[in-house]
Design a binder for this molecule. Structure first.
Ligand SMILES: *Cc1c(COP(=O)(O)O)cnc(C)c1O
Ligand SMILES: [Zn+2]
Length: 405
């Protein structure tokens, strides 16, 4: 296992603590896939406990005693019959990552990232975050007995996420600036070796997140979906999921690949703009804005990996408005009983839009990823719901309300 630059091909060992290549390119983790092929089969996986670590041959850990796990992964893949009817599509699934230990897919990345840090005997970790990364890192570093510092954009972090980061005992710092500013600062702390950086520029995190693809393949009996729709912020997750599918493909476990489809918010859509111009370079947003705070990112670190994933898979990228996001969030709750945070609902909003635009065929087998739990952002849920009715504790009054329908 090595880290390899996606631009110039230079390789680094796990012990070389680097986050990008000396040429500036992003790193990705590569394995000896011929060797993996010899070791694994569909049956080997089936015999093991479910979750991220079921796929150990595809993960960058040699010493299993160093694994820090909260039993992440193994999230439900729901067949959404009511939504199929509503949107007039043939086969729709939702992979609900809100069911992870701290309520988002970040836990898949953190179990691997923090385990690597543990193998390297690191004592201090840190990240910049729109909320979920900090909640997750705070939990995993607590379990690993590491110090943890998190930088958040002041006033722009959903309440539930802030509560988590604080309660797990991280040092929480709010900066007057946005996520992109916070990331610049923690990168410098990492360059000075004051912390080990666990943002998604760290390629080991993406190794954990790619297991979303592995689980989808297994759950669908290795019938690969035609399309996977993913909310995109810093663009690590869509890149990771694509890597997962490709790895199952090159080791012979699947013989088809899905079209990767990324969804951003109108007020923060540099990747969508690059895609529509057929480019690999983005033009960053200085002041990204959206109700979906988890994807309120103007300068996505993994843009190049994500755009490659979209182009290589013959996928697509589209943006949705805040209103469309909230409507999709409600639809998912009220038709399927799945409560997700706004950013997560962008995959559903994107599906609806791309069906209307004719980009997505109605008979495709589609998986939408919902990235985080609805309780993360109670303020939005309350703001967008009808006020509860308040009356005396009186049976007749309640009966008359019931009659109203
Ligand atoms: C982090 C996050 C995203 C964005 O994922 P990226 O890998 O940064 O693109 C989307 N939704 C939720 C809920 C998140 O926590
Ligand atoms: Zn390089």
């Amino acid at each position: 296992m090595l880290q390899r630059c996606i631009e110039c091909g230079k390789t680094y060992k796990k012990e070389d603590i680097v986050y990008t290549c000396e040429c500036g390119g992003l790193l990705e983790v590569v394995y000896d896939y011929e060797e993996i092929k010899e070791k694994i089969s569909k049956e080997t996986f089936k015999k093991r406990e479910p979750g991220v670590w079921r796929y150990i041959e595809f993960l960058p850990i040699e010493d299993m005693s160093k694994i820090i796990s909260l039993q992440e992964g193994n999230t439900p893949l729901y067949r959404c019959k009511n939504l199929e009817k509503e949107l007039n599509v043939k086969e729709l699934y939702v992979k609900n990552e809100g069911a992870n230990p701290t309520g988002s897919f970040k836990d898949r990345g953190m179990t691997v990232g923090v385990s690597v840090a543990n193998e390297l005997n690191i004592k201090s970790v840190g990240c910049a975050s729109t909320g979920n990364t900090s909640a997750s890192l705070a939990a995993y570093s607590a379990k690993a007995n590491m110090k943890c510092i998190v930088l958040l954009p002041e006033g722009k972090v959903a309440l539930g996420k802030l509560a988590q980061a604080m309660f797990y005992g991280a040092k929480v710092i709010q900066i007057r600036g946005n996520f992109d500013d916070a990331l610049e600062i923690v990168k410098k702390l990492a360059d000075e070796r004051l912390i080990y950086l666990l943002n998604s520029v760290n390629p080991f995190r993406l190794e954990g997140q790619k297991t979303i693809a592995f689980e989808i393949c297994e759950r669908l009996n290795y019938n690969v979906p035609d399309r996977v729709i993913v909310p995109v912020g810093n663009a690590g997750n869509i890149s990771a999921i694509w890597k997962g599918f490709k790895e199952f493909y090159i080791t012979g476990l699947i013989d088809e690949l899905p079209k990767m489809t990324g969804i951003q918010a109108e007020g923060a859509k540099p990747i969508v703009e690059a895609f529509k111009k057929k480019k690999l370079e983005i033009e960053p947003y200085k002041n990204p804005e959206t109700v979906a705070t988890a994807i309120r990112i103007g300068n996505p670190v993994n843009a190049k990996k994500a755009l490659k994933a979209i182009y290589d898979s013959n996928g697509y990228a589209e943006a949705v408005s805040d209103r469309e996001i909230i409507e999709a969030q409600k639809l998912l709750a009220r038709k399927e009983g799945i409560f997700v945070e706004p950013a997560s609902a962008s995959s559903i909003a994107g599906l609806k839009k791309l069906l209307e635009e004719g980009v997505i065929d109605r008979d495709e087998r589609i998986v939408c990823i919902t990235t985080g739990h609805g309780l993360k952002d109670p303020d939005i849920a309350i703001r967008e719901s009808e006020e509860p009715i308040k009356v005396e504790a009186d049976l007749e009054k309640i009966k008359s309300l019931l009659m109203e329908g």
